[in-house]
Design a protein around this ligand. Structure first.
Ligand code: SAH
Ligand code: SF4
Ligand code: F3S
Length: 443
């Protein structure tokens, strides 16, 4: 099949620590698949592993700092066990190569997101005498066709359908670490989905940086319909769609394919058209609101979640208030909210930071507080309804308590839970809101 399938490492153990977005989580399972084909077994502890991989993220400064600290502690481990091999993969491998090697000379493998197919040959070659074995740089043809992730332990799985990003938002490092947009062929996506269903997966979550701009021999809307026809696929989600590509036909495919969930995570970033233009987001406030309306017309009770950045360079107090007023208009179900973090190499990093760190955090706090009240209201509105809940597993706190999700991606706790297996979908009466979750009982 491919160069990585020779079984040369049976008995060895691997450990992967993953930071960053769902794409990185997916890539870690892809890498796990490559290692397991070679005979490696998964280890839950870095201390027990022969190969330790850290899958890194560069999206904000904090993400990089966290990964570097983890690498420091693993390097310490390696000094005690010199036979252990240490690899850095993901976005920082691509973006921070010199910094990583200077700070952590114990690293013997560096692979960027387009080079995981070289993992096998890098392992065959053994540890380099000096420096690290590297696979770096963007490969604009890489879609990992014919590579499939390791068997998931959950009833829900990610399926990457697109790699890279062509949008070049001014603040964002992703186009630099992951290169231009590529669509994975539809036959490969359908094949991976069928394999997942065979292993007990009932929910798939399609991944791409602008997932709805995916196109190969068929359109994204057609892909949703095709996936909806696969026996055993009970739920389909996708993340993150870009507002510009939310066409009428995608809305129709969502509305007409029963398995596609009525939830859309559509990052807005700002409520100010001036800031959105400065960010090169390719839509303005009114266009975003028009897409929200289009979604609500086709899927009346659709849940909408988002990403918001506070304190983009040059953002005025009034422009910040426009973000709050957009939030009031849309009433998002939930949001990921971030303080702007300058990423060296991006166009926005050349802009002077006009907002003090205190003011930036104060704006973020206002956004968070408003969102918390909206999230609570939206959840409370669900109380009394009966929803189909997908049972995911028992809660860590109490084995008799089940955790599940509604089609709208709302978390539900059932206590005591029913006699059932993970992956079961049951009608549940929603009884009360408890913080950010709903409590329910089988209806
Ligand atoms: N491709 C997705 C987002 C990927 S990054 C999309 O465009 O929809 C996830 C989120 O991180 C972004 O939506 C943005 O809100 C945030 N983000 C990205 N770069 C950032 C930066 N430099 N500072 C703060 N937040 C950032
Ligand atoms: Fe980054 Fe923009 Fe691409 Fe999202 S769409 S990954 S924010 S460049
Ligand atoms: Fe981070 Fe790379 Fe994802 S920078 S957010 S891991 S694409």
């Amino acid at each position: 099949m491919n160069e990585t399938t020779s079984q040369t490492d049976s008995g060895k153990r691997y450990y992967i620590e993953t930071y960053g977005c769902q794409m990185n989580e997916y890539d870690s399972s892809l890498v796990a698949g490559i290692l397991e084909e070679r005979g490696y077994e998964k280890s839950d502890l870095a201390e027990d592993a022969d190969l330790i991989l850290v899958n890194t993220c560069s999206v904000r400064e904090k993400a990089e700092d966290t990964a570097l600290q983890k690498l420091d502690s693993i390097a310490h481990l390696k000094r005690k066990r010199p036979g252990t091999r240490l690899g850095v993969i993901g976005c920082m491998a691509e973006n921070r190569r010199e910094q990583i090697l200077a700070r952590i000379p114990q690293v013997d493998l560096l692979l960027g997101p387009d080079h995981y197919d070289k993992l096998g040959s890098a392992l065959d070659a053994g540890a380099p005498r000096r420096g690290a074995t590297t696979g770096l740089g963007v490969d604009r043809n890489q879609t990992y066709e014919g590579f499939f992730p390791a068997a998931p332990s959950t009833v829900s799985a990610f399926v990457a359908i697109q790699r890279g990003c062509d949008k070049k938002c001014t603040y964002c490092i992703v186009p630099f670490t992951r290169g231009p947009e590529r669509s994975r062929p539809s036959h490969d996506i359908l094949e991976e989905t069928r394999r997942l269903v065979d292993k007990g997966v009932v929910e798939i979550n399609l991944l791409g940086q602008t997932v709805n701009s995916w196109r190969s021999d068929i359109s994204f809307a057609q892909l949703l319909r095709e996936l909806g026809r696969i026996d055993g696929v009970r739920r389909i989600r996708f993340t993150s769609p870009h507002p510009r590509h939310f066409t009428e036909s995608v809305c129709l495919a969502m509305a007409e394919t029963p398995a596609v969930c009525p939830h859309v995570h559509m990052p807005v970033q700002s409520g100010s058209s001036r800031v959105l233009r400065a960010m090169r987001r390719q839509y303005g406030r009114d266009q975003y609101l028009a897409i929200v309306e289009r979604l609500r017309r086709h899927i009346p009770d659709v849940a909408i979640t988002t990403d918001i950045i506070a304190g983009y360079p040059g953002e005025t107090r009034e422009e910040h208030l426009e973000t709050l007023s957009l939030m009031e208009e849309v009433r998002f179900d939930s949001a990921f909210m971030f303080a702007y973090s300058a990423r060296p190499g991006t166009p926005a990093a050349l802009e002077p930071e006009t907002i003090s760190p205190q003011e930036k955090l104060a704006r973020l706090q206002e956004i968070i507080e408003l969102q918390q009240s909206h999230s609570a209201q939206r959840l409370s509105e669900q109380v009394g309804r009966i929803e189909e809940v997908l049972l995911e597993g028992s809660s860590r706190r109490d084995e008799r308590e089940w955790i599940g999700k509604t089609p709208h991606f709302r978390k539900v706790l059932l206590h005591p839970g029913p006699e059932a297996r993970p992956g079961t979908i049951l009608p549940v009466r929603l009884l009360a809101r408890r913080g950010t979750v709903l409590r329910g009982e089988v209806a």
